[in-house]
Design a protein. Structure first.
Lengths: 340, 325, 303
């Protein structure tokens, strides 16, 4: 009961943030020196067409009214229509969002399974060879330009070694002969459910490079964060006490210390998860990944503001929900945390 | 004569820091017999806690044992393989710490922590481990063990936390308990209870307790024998009564004179002039000589060795050396 | 992208520097070879950028004049790093590109610090509704997908150096507000601040004379680490086409163009990317070292 109260209160706060974000995007969209009506009509518009479009899009109303109308349709779950393609945005999102989510989730899994163990070992064996290696790896990972790394990986694994495909979600052969039936939009999941094994392995091969490229930054972050909190935790009295009680180093590190140290790492990972949703733009461009990033970049370049606003809101919603989940997880991991 | 459980011989510990080598222990020797409380007293930084950690081979880096022996049942712990040493820790030799709030892991319940330790040392099911944990909690005087098992450390009072620490330490049948300032962080009334508990555990279970403290009152109440540590060396060692009645070493005399006393009310407390030397620069000769009212040339040049002055009473001071008694 | 240092730095930073500490810090710094190497790399790149016209025989190419006769030359004695799609010497382009890429990094962080620090100090010092308003504002900006916001702002204002810079800085300041607020909160409880309040020193004076100097060290550490990330973000903006416009040289933009030709002219994409990587690496390493040195616990730690 207590916890539901808390979640409810947080969700109200979340609504406030979403409201603020929608206001900011709306203002940005309206100060732009571009005419949505002209974009809506297309090249060589007549004055009548423009006026009709203006009325249809509600641009003839005063700004506050426009904003209220926008809010109203948002509350009804209507994200609007793309000015450029005249398609309902929600339909586009159904195709693009799963593609990006799949990419980001695989990337995050890499960050968790590479970054956290390396961080723990590195923090436990300070100044060992492994420590030097993983610290260097961590700094390099956060310093390397994503788009450049993607290109280097393509040169290495596609051009030189010919191990992995260069781009796309699946190869043309799969699309032609083993098409994946779309259920969730996650190719790995869909091909698994339909037992389409050739398509599954094809999709897996395609996701490795882009997911790794996307994950580099998060890998670097989680190594660093885990290392520094582990170093701090290992100085604690209760770790000495655990060793004095004869617990083996493996238990001390991965069962005790990690539970004490994991929260900051989860925090940065959760943040980078959210930022990756749009941060994937660069990776999607390089690997021709038909995801949210490519979608929104195209929208930005054609000043398709309803799309930009919709995507911004979706990503912000992810941000708030994930932050809430993070606080709940933190409370579950540490009994001293009081949810307020 | 009884056999000592633990014999520490000429133990030397150094810490390698940027500022130089810190000599934390310079040849400490003492014995610990079953069924006794041996008190190790001294001021902050004299090496008490390091001695305790050395017994468990847990000197934190950059510290290092550079010489001497720690014999347990005739085996030198320094040369014991790590796996065997680990089973001794928490098994035969256990430790409780100064600040129980910091020494208990905040994110695990008392039960989880106890089970983990018990199952590390004995092949028992989780359920049996839990039962043993409850028994142990009752043995250290906890009224409602089942409730405590499900509690997190921060939900318990300081005294209860320290009882839990002691229960964990003894849960796997320890013969030796290293208690590093076990009562310093607690209220005075709780202090007495914890000390009573330690004494009763000694009597009932026959365990040997190394009680590390700076509090001479605690020593007087609980210890059978005492060692006085100064700048990483034992200055004087003997039965508690002997130390309190017939202290020989000028440092011990100074320490005892600095205790407030009911009979000497209204008089000034005497303090030892000067301050404890840092481990970086231990004075040559007797480490206490710069602060000692009786120091002469020999004290400045030659390190006095620990020599018997009476039955079981040893002093490291040139005042009592070589027939000058 | 999360400013990397921020995420790490937000955790556990208690100590406050005394002015006397700086001497110790300098001594520790001189012993830290990694920090010295990083600093040298940074100074070298600043030098290349500042004296670009005198460091290459083709300054006009660095400024963008095409030289079609020598397109896609691999590295040679005449062109140590090769030439690009318009035949321009890559070394000259990289030197000139450093001018934009480095200044975007510095300026973004400077703007972010100038906005974020006072807001954080005010929020932390006054507390109450002032704090509430400022922190909700940072919440909104932090909740915003930052790269997307920067892209949107840059697209709205039109792609240019200044707009890219402003756009990135606008997504960056809340991190400093949070950092400074946290620092101020702990400072506020300290005796010397309470003493100053007790003897009736004006609040503005306390903020400027006592709070801000004391939060400078963490902010500087943070800023050093963030310059690397800011350069990366700036390069990403140019890569998408929303940053510096040709013919002005910029590393991100060079990678973006070079990407098309990476099969036949791999040097074209490699060297500008390497420049971004090296500079960003150097700033991150330097920031790391400064952070360790600024913290007495890690500074005196023993190896």
């Amino acid at each position: 009961m207590k916890i539901w109260e808390y979640i409810l209160r947080r969700l109200m706060l979340a609504l406030l943030v979403l409201f603020g974000v929608s206001l900011v995007t709306f203002i940005i969209a309206r100060v732009v020196p571009s005419d949505p009506a002209a974009l809506w009509v297309g090249p060589r518009p007549t004055l009548e067409q423009l006026a009709a479009a203006r009325a249809k899009l509600g641009l003839d109303q005063p700004l506050p009214v426009q904003y209220l109308r926008y809010l109203g349709s948002l509350l009804r779950g209507d994200l609007g229509v793309s000015i450029k393609t005249h398609q309902p945005i929600i339909q586009d999102l159904r195709a693009y969002l799963p593609a990006t989510l799949e990419l980001v989730l695989v990337g995050m899994a890499m960050a968790v399974f590479i970054g956290i163990p390396l961080g723990v070992l590195s923090g436990a064996r300070r100044n060992s060879l492994l420590d030097h290696f993983s610290r260097l790896l961590a700094v390099a990972a956060v310093s390397i330009p994503t788009f450049w790394l993607g290109l280097l990986l393509q040169i290495l694994f596609f051009r030189e070694l010919r191990w992995l495909p260069i781009s796309g979600r699946v190869s043309i052969e799969t699309t032609l002969y083993q098409p994946i039936r779309t259920l969730t939009g996650f190719y790995l999941v869909d091909s698994l459910i339909t037992r389409n094994w050739p398509a599954f392995s094809d999709a897996l091969l395609h996701i490795i490079l882009p997911a790794f490229t996307l994950a580099t930054y998060a890998i670097g972050l989680s190594i660093r964060m885990t290392r520094s909190t582990i170093v701090e935790v290992l100085e604690e009295k209760y770790i000495v006490a655990a060793r004095a009680a004869g617990l083996p180093e493996r238990t001390v590190l991965f069962r005790l210390a990690l539970k004490n140290a994991i929260v900051p790492t989860l925090t940065v990972l959760a943040l980078s998860f959210v930022y990756s949703l749009t941060g994937a733009i660069l990776v999607e461009v390089i690997f021709s990944w038909p995801g949210l990033g490519s979608y929104v970049t195209a929208a930005v370049l054609s000043a398709d503001f309803p799309v930009i606003m919709a995507v911004t809101l979706i990503v912000t919603a992810f941000y708030v929900v994930i932050n809430l989940l993070l606080d709940l997880v933190q409370a579950a991991l540490d009994p001293r945390v009081v949810l307020r | 004569m009884r056999e000592p459980l633990i014999s520490v011989r000429d133990l030397r510990v150094q810490f390698h820091t940027y500022a130089g080598v810190v000599n934390a222990l310079n040849g400490v020797s003492f014995d610990l017999y079953p069924g006794e409380v041996f008190g190790l007293v001294g001021e902050t930084g004299c090496g008490k806690s390091v001695t305790g950690l050395a017994l468990l081979q847990l000197i934190p880096p950059p510290g290092e044992i550079v010489g001497g022996q720690i014999l347990y049942c005739g085996q030198d712990l320094r040369t014991l393989p790590p796996a065997q040493m680990r089973s001794l820790r928490g098994g035969k030799i256990a430790m409780v710490f100064q600040d129980p709030a910091a020494a208990l892991n905040p994110v695990f319940t008392v039960g989880e922590q106890m089970e983990m330790v018990i199952r590390q040392h004995r092949r028992v099911s989780r359920r049996d481990a839990r039962r043993q944990a409850a028994e142990m909690l009752r043995a250290v005087g906890m009224p409602d063990p089942l409730r405590i098992l499900n509690a997190y450390p921060h939900e318990l009072s300081g005294g209860m936390q320290q009882r839990v620490m002691i229960a964990i330490a003894l849960s796997s049948g320890a013969e030796v308990l290293v208690a590093d300032e076990p009562t310093t962080a607690l209220d005075v009334t709780i202090q007495a209870q914890i000390l009573d508990l330690l004494v009763s555990l000694k009597k009932e279970r026959g365990i040997a307790i190394l009680l590390i403290t700076h509090n001479l009152g605690v020593v007087a109440e609980t210890c059978d024998r005492v060692g006085v540590l100064y700048a990483g060396s034992v200055m004087e060692m003997g039965p508690t009564t002997a130390i309190f009645r017939e202290m020989k070493h000028p440092y011990t005399q100074g320490l005892l004179a600095a205790i407030p006393h009911a009979e000497r009310r209204g008089r000034f407390l005497s303090a030892i002039p000067g301050s404890v030397p840092s481990g970086l620069q231990i004075p040559p000769g007797c480490p206490f000589h710069p602060r000692c009212a009786f120091a002469w040339d020999e004290c400045r040049n030659e390190i006095p060795s620990l020599l018997p002055v009476d039955e079981g009473h040893w002093v490291a001071c040139h005042l009592y050396g070589r027939g000058r008694r | 992208m999360i400013p990397f240092g921020q995420a790490v730095g937000e955790w556990a930073r208690e100590r406050q520097p005394l002015w006397a500490e700086y001497g110790l810090m300098l001594r520790a710094f001189r012993r830290d070879w990694l920090a010295l190497v990083s600093l040298s790399i940074i100074i070298a790149f600043i030098f290349f950028a500042a004296f670009a016209p005198w460091l290459t025989p083709y300054p006009e190419q660095g400024r963008g004049v095409p030289n079609i006769a020598e397109r896609f030359q691999p590295p040679s004695r005449l062109h140590p790093l090769g030439t690009d799609d318009l035949g321009r010497d890559l070394w000259a382009r990289i030197c000139f590109g450093g001018r934009t890429s480095l200044s975007i990094g510095f300026l973004v962080v400077v703007i972010a610090v100038l906005i974020g620090t006072p807001l954080g100090a005010i929020a932390g010092f006054f507390g109450g509704w002032v704090d509430e308003v400022i922190m909700r504002l940072t919440d909104i900006f932090l909740a915003f997908p930052s790269l997307l916001l920067a892209i949107a702002i840059a697209a709205a204002l039109g792609p240019s150096f200044t707009n890219a810079m402003v756009a990135i800085a606008l997504t960056w300041w809340p991190w400093y507000t949070r950092l400074v607020r946290a620092q101020t909160l702990s400072l506020r409880e300290r005796t010397f601040i309470e003493a100053a309040r007790g003897i009736g020193v004006k609040e503005g004076t306390i903020i400027f004379r006592h709070i801000l100097p004391n939060v400078m060290t963490p902010v500087l550490v943070q800023a050093t680490m963030d310059i690397g990330s800011a350069i990366l973000t700036g390069a990403a903006m140019s890569f998408i086409g929303l940053g510096v416009q040709p013919p002005t040289a910029d590393w991100g933009q060079m990678v973006s163009v070079g990407r098309v030709y990476f099969i036949n002219a791999p040097w074209f994409v490699t060297f500008p990317g390497l420049a971004i990587f090296l500079v960003s690496l150097a700033f991150n390493l330097l920031g790391d070292s400064i952070r360790d040195i600024a913290d007495p616990r890690t500074r005196r730690a023993v190896r």
